[in-house]
Design a protein around this ligand. Structure first.
Ligand code: COA
Length: 260
């Protein structure tokens, strides 16, 4: 398997998928989402693989979000389509995969990056990691399941605050919130995560698959919420504030929102 923006290694039944666009802080452009979706599908069917770990390359970022430069000129319809396709092909797909998927969050996990880690079955973070859903600072809302999965993980009040302030939290705060299970020094992140994977591998594969299904079943009521998110995300693309937010980011200046 060869992918432009992914590195994949398989060792002792653990597949490590590294998102590899370090100069863009591993931001998820369309090609990377498509590659990641194909890779996870194939690894899901590969009998040599029992657990998948997703991480980012470099020491700075897990994934700094969806690639803002790609969607800055999208219309309402294109915005909704972006969210719907991404949710179906990658985020929901990972959440419902029959094999455990663990996010090893090695730095910034922002926007689509935090959403990707939340679609994984659980998260381990390095001590330098910073997490947040900054979409409202771009005139958007999270579109890859963030408005649904963040409250599931941290509770409604904390999710409201994180999403409305667009602020980042530290790895330690994320652990306190229940957003990540463990925080370890960056150099130990992959070995620590692999040790958890090894513990999982000792258990019965069919039972693990059924456990994933049963645990996920408790959260399926959020289905309509995902639809609402897709429509609301799309509507943001029709606002002047969205144009201002994304243009300001790309021009490296502070956005000035007017509420229109
Ligand atoms: N989409 C597209 N490009 C991105 C990106 C994203 N989400 N996040 C970072 N990049 C790019 C930057 O544009 C920059 O590219 P350049 O060198 O060609 O100009 C490169 O990655 C490095 O980022 P930079 O902003 O210079 O690093 P920094 O250390 O100053 O800041 C962040 C790091 C994470 C705080 C900052 O990059 C950021 O705020 N990113 C956007 C986060 C976001 O809003 N994500 C949600 C998207 S929906």
């Amino acid at each position: 398997m060869n992918y432009e923006n992914l590195l994949i290694s398989i060792e002792e039944k653990i597949a490590t998928v590294t998102i590899n666009r370090p100069t863009k802080l591993n931001a998820l452009n369309k090609d990377t989402i498509s590659d990641l979706s194909k890779a996870v599908k194939l690894l899901g069917k590969n009998d040599d693989v029992r657990v998948i770990i997703i991480t980012g390359s470099g020491e700075k970022a897990f994934v700094a979000g969806a690639d803002i430069s790609e969607f800055a000129n999208y219309t309402v319809e294109e915005g909704a389509q972006l969210a719907a396709e991404g949710q179906e092909s990658l985020f929901d797909f990972i959440e419902n995969l029959k094999k455990p998927v663990i996010a090893a969050v090695n730095g910034f996990a922002l926007g689509g990056g935090l959403e990707l880690s939340m679609a994984c079955h659980f998260r381990v973070a390095s001590d330098n990691a910073k997490m947040g859903l900054p979409e409202v600072s771009l005139g958007l809302i999270p579109g890859y399941g963030g408005t649904q999965r963040l409250p599931q993980l941290v509770g409604k009040g904390r999710a409201m605050e994180m999403i409305m302030t667009a602020a980042m939290i530290s790895a330690e705060e994320a652990k306190q919130y229940g957003l990540v299970n463990h925080v370890v020094p960056q150099a130990e992140l992959l070995d620590f995560t692999k040790a958890i994977a090894q513990k999982i591998i000792k258990n019965a594969p069919f039972a693990i698959t059924k456990a994933i299904k049963a645990i996920n079943a408790n959260y399926k009521d959020g289905k309509d919420g995902f639809e609402t998110e897709i429509k609301s995300f799309g509507k943001c693309f029709g606002t002047k504030d969205f144009k201002e937010g994304t243009t300001a980011f790309l021009e490296k200046r502070k956005a000035e929102f007017t509420g229109k």
